[in-house]
Design a protein around this ligand. Sequence first.
Ligand SMILES: Nc1nc2c(ncn2[C@@H]2O[C@H](COP(=O)(O)OP(=O)(O)OP(=O)(O)O)[C@@H](O)[C@H]2O)c(=O)[nH]1
Ligand SMILES: [Mg+2]
Length: 228
Amino acid sequence: MHDVRKIDVMESIHDENDHIAAHVRDYLTEKDIFSINVMGAPGIGKTTVIKHIIAELRERKPYVIEGDIESDIDARALRAIGVKTFQINTFGACHLDAPLVHNAIGNMEFDEKGVLFIENIGNLVCPAEFRIGEHALMLICSVTEGSDKPYKYPLAFERADLILLNKVDLTPHLDFDESFFMKGLRALNKEAPVIKLSCKTGEGFAAAAAWIETRAAAPAKRGTEPPL
Ligand SMILES: Nc1nc2c(ncn2[C@@H]2O[C@H](COP(=O)(O)OP(=O)(O)OP(=O)(O)O)[C@@H](O)[C@H]2O)c(=O)[nH]1
Ligand SMILES: [Mg+2]
């Protein structure tokens, strides 16, 4: 009996969240803002990757929402390079949700067509369970975290539209098994492109930015997402 009641509550939380997420996405679509939920473990390189992709954007203005449990370190780093950035602090919660993002975009001014990067809390588990108004989910992995992550954290890999494998400059120093990683990943997600990146050499960023700008220019691909 207790189990049944718990499931009902979770369903209603997700329904409410998805409803607000759809509203956020529609609002951003209307403003010609392509929104990206940036997900990945702590320290995987989310902020550094966002900065490098921004440098490669040709047609769209960058906007960022920074999600952190505490601090505005990443937001300050982005503002220092001239990027409009809004900080969300969750003070304990391990993921962003649609109401938080809804509140953030209400405080932002979108004066040109653009790309909105929403850096989620560093975590591979909870963020994958909540839509936040994104048009695309960009999952960042790294050779430093080991090649078994698709097997252990399937939902994030299943849901991703673009998967970035970061820190490949460090591969010679590690035992990352790329074919094992790709096998696990492709068992979950046959479609998402996988792009190798290095923030040290710049490898892969032109391709990542091109994918984003191409997808942003194809509104048909921004349709309603299936339920989780
Ligand atoms: N060698 C190497 N280091 C990298 C690369 N990308 C990021 N780093 C380093 O990894 C560390 C963490 O990078 P961040 O961009 O702060 O990572 P994050 O995922 O935003 O971290 P949180 O917001 O705290 O979850 C920094 O010291 C970066 O310089 C890379 O491609 N190669
Ligand atoms: Mg960060």
